[in-house]
Write a protein that binds this ligand. Structure first.
Ligand SMILES: O=C(O)CCC(=O)C(=O)O
Length: 288
């Protein structure tokens, strides 16, 4: 593969594009790296097929989008603290999976990761797709009145799924993903703007998600629920989404600042293994 023949083909109307003509195991020439980064800003999620990456090569490729960072509460690979194995074994049936509801990665952190990279190693013959939702398109489709209201408020986020209330939960997750539960600090709520401005595109995106957003600032959970429910239903409308069917050797990189994603848990009886890296991000910038 030569890095000078990059093709970018959208896979859906709102977001997501396949990139061909790039071998991610080698350092990209400056011009190719610029093209990939520009495609990333434009399409929000990029997919690369037929790659063969060692952990070192995945970490090096991830560095194209910013500093590679570690994520809290999840045990990484022994030799690679930057990589988490997203694995469900074939005999792990009727359990919850990592990322099995719409979310933006670790949005409860003060500086949530800007982007994430997944590399598919073992993929079921069918099922185990991942969906992404375009949070720019969702914001832009709202009425001007709703946009103005949302631009002025914060939502609270917490890592409660790793928090104290989860210590004795009987929620069964894949045994291969070692999640640390019962961390009091994970329960701390942090405000982030409901509408954030993307530092590279300058566009406004909704920034709430059903896993980590607990409520709207200065409102109770009960008061917040109908508004958040409306936003979740709105931003995951099919026309704002794309769906990726994995093959071994596929790489996906997505922008957590302007997308949500959802791992479809429909592959009981098959093993699925991906390696995941994260790219550091900044504190979300408010729109108003
Ligand atoms: O397994 C997947 O397809 C996505 C998992 C996920 O949500 C993540 O890596 O953040």
């Amino acid at each position: 593969m030569r890095n000078s023949r990059i093709d970018v083909s959208p896979i859906a109307g709102s977001l997501g594009a396949e990139v061909s003509g790039v071998d991610l195991s080698k350092p990209l020439a400056d011009a190719a790296a610029d093209e990939v980064r520009a495609a990333f800003v434009e399409h929000q999620v990029l997919f690369f097929h037929d790659q063969r990456l060692t952990p070192e090569q995945q970490i090096a490729f991830s560095g194209l989008f910013g500093p590679v960072t570690q994520v809290p509460y999840i045990k990484p690979l022994d030799d690679y603290p930057e990589i988490v194995a997203v694995l469900k074994e074939a005999d792990e049936n009727k359990i919850a999976t990592f990322g099995g509801d719409w979310h933006s990665d670790f949005s409860y952190l003060e500086e949530p990761p800007a982007a994430s990279v997944l590399y598919g190693l073992e993929i079921p013959a069918f099922g185990g797709d991942t969906l992404w939702a375009d949070m720019y398109a969702a914001f832009e489709a709202l009425s001007p009145g709703m946009q103005r209201k949302l631009e002025r408020i914060n939502a609270m986020h917490s890592g409660h799924v790793y928090g104290a209330a989860m210590q004795d939960t009987d929620l069964r997750l894949s045994r291969s993903i070692e999640i640390s539960r019962g961390n009091a600090e994970a329960d701390v709520e942090r405000p982030h703007p409901v509408v954030r401005v993307h530092p590279d595109s300058g566009r406004k995106a909704l920034f709430v998600n059903p896993i980590y957003t607990t409520r709207l600032e200065n409102m109770t959970k009960a008061e917040s629920r109908p508004i958040l429910r409306f936003l979740y239903d709105h931003c995951t409308r099919p026309e704002f989404t794309c769906r990726f069917r994995w093959r071994p050797g596929d790489v996906a990189v997505w922008d957590n600042r302007c997308t949500l994603h959802y791992a479809v848990n429909d592959y009981d009886g098959s093993r699925r293994l991906l390696h995941r890296t994260a790219i550091a991000g900044d504190r979300p910038i408010a729109a108003a």
